[in-house]
Design a binder for this molecule. Structure first.
Ligand SMILES: C[S@@+](CC[C@H](N)C(=O)[O-])C[C@H]1O[C@@H](n2cnc3c(N)ncnc32)[C@H](O)[C@@H]1O
Length: 328
């Protein structure tokens, strides 16, 4: 399927019982608390990391969120045809950086995929596992501060789904540019906040669509704009990168697509959404839009239910853009 083609709907979808997909029951039990409990803030029944302040990262970092991030990693792998990136990087890289690494799952997979490379994953929160490949290391830092890496150091720098934590993109990309070797690649990979449909099955009153609109408003209010078509590539070009390319990949919510690959993705996205609508939405709606927590919670729950309706053929778009630091 071309990246802008409409997704064909499975005509047998409504033959099975019920008009909603069943719930997965994916609601992991409450986390066991580590001895470093004082480093966390609890709000909306979720655990947020406190070291850099909750306003810095508006998403929880608890076990439910870590499971969701790992599931989204698998979804994006499928979207990219099993590849970890789109950029045509040097097949024998020496240094790779993953900014906002989360659970470190991408960095770990990259270390396995490229044994020649030292892979560094950096994040505000120390939530990465200890048992990792020997060529993979994790650091705690804020990407919006001055980078301590040497100039002309990395063969590849990767940012994925960090839009909620970065306001100063020009400064961050200027640091990335400085720390990349001439000719090295950078990749930005972000899921958009808006939900769409190709067949008008997502009217403006649909709670999933409203969730996407409020999320876009919240991100704009924080100065962390949600990605839209062309925004990642423009950001790279403005920072001086060349040979920039951008891809738009549709993420269907629910197994409504006719294609078996998209059907599988749809099931995974439905499952991911059971956590994702709250992880992304709660603090953003309450802190940035001043929404009452009960109203924010209801909007997230209604959005989940709306994506489970078999008559709704909703999808979000995942944007991937890469560029190259020019040769000297
Ligand atoms: C939605 S998660 C994505 C994790 C990972 N990139 C992935 O795709 O699986 C966003 C991560 O970015 C981190 N983050 C947000 N802002 C950051 C910043 N300014 N510096 C470093 N990490 C940041 C958060 O702590 C969180 O772990």
């Amino acid at each position: 399927m071309g990246q802008n083609d409409n997704i064909e709907v499975d005509p047998t979808l409504l033959e099975a019982d019920g008009s909603d997909y069943a719930s997965s029951g994916y609601d992991t039990s409450t986390a066991s608390l580590s001895s470093s409990v004082n480093e966390y803030i609890f709000e909306n029944g979720r655990r947020y990391h406190a070291y850099y302040g909750m306003e810095k990262n508006l998403m929880p970092t608890d076990e439910k969120e870590q499971d969701r991030m790992d599931l989204h990693h698998e979804i994006i792998l499928l979207l990219l045809g099993g590849e970890l990136h789109k950029a045509p990087i040097n097949p024998n890289p020496h240094k790779i950086l993953d900014v906002g690494t989360g659970t470190g799952i991408w960095a770990i997979d990259m270390a396995d995929r490229y044994p020649s490379a030292e892979v560094i994953g950096v994040d505000l929160s120390p939530i990465q596992p200890r048992w990792v490949p020997p060529n993979c290391n994790f650091e705690v830092d804020d990407a919006e501060l001055e980078w301590t890496y040497p100039s002309c150091n990395f063969d590849f720098i990767h940012f994925r789904n960090v839009a909620q934590g970065i306001t100063k993109w020009p400064q961050v990309l200027s640091e990335a540019f400085r720390c990349m070797k001439p000719g090295a690649f950078i990749e930005l990979s972000e899921s958009g906040a808006q939900l769409y449909s190709d067949d008008e099955s997502l009217p403006p009153s649909n709670p999933a669509r409203q969730w996407g609109e409020r999320m876009t408003d919240a991100m704009a209010a924080s100065g962390r704009l949600a990605p839209v078509k062309g925004s990642l590539s423009s950001r790279l070009e403005a920072a001086g990168f060349v040979d920039v390319r951008e891809f738009q990949l549709k993420q269907p919510f629910g197994p409504w697509a006719k294609s078996q690959d998209l059907k599988k993705l749809g099931v995974m996205l439905l499952l991911q959404g059971e956590q994702g609508f709250h992880s992304y939405g709660m603090l953003a709606f309450v802190k940035l839009l001043g929404m009452d927590p009960a109203v924010a919670d209801k909007l997230c729950k209604d959005a989940i239910m709306a994506t489970k309706n078999k008559h709704t053929h909703a999808y979000a778009v995942h944007y991937v853009a890469y560029g190259r630091r020019p040769e000297e």
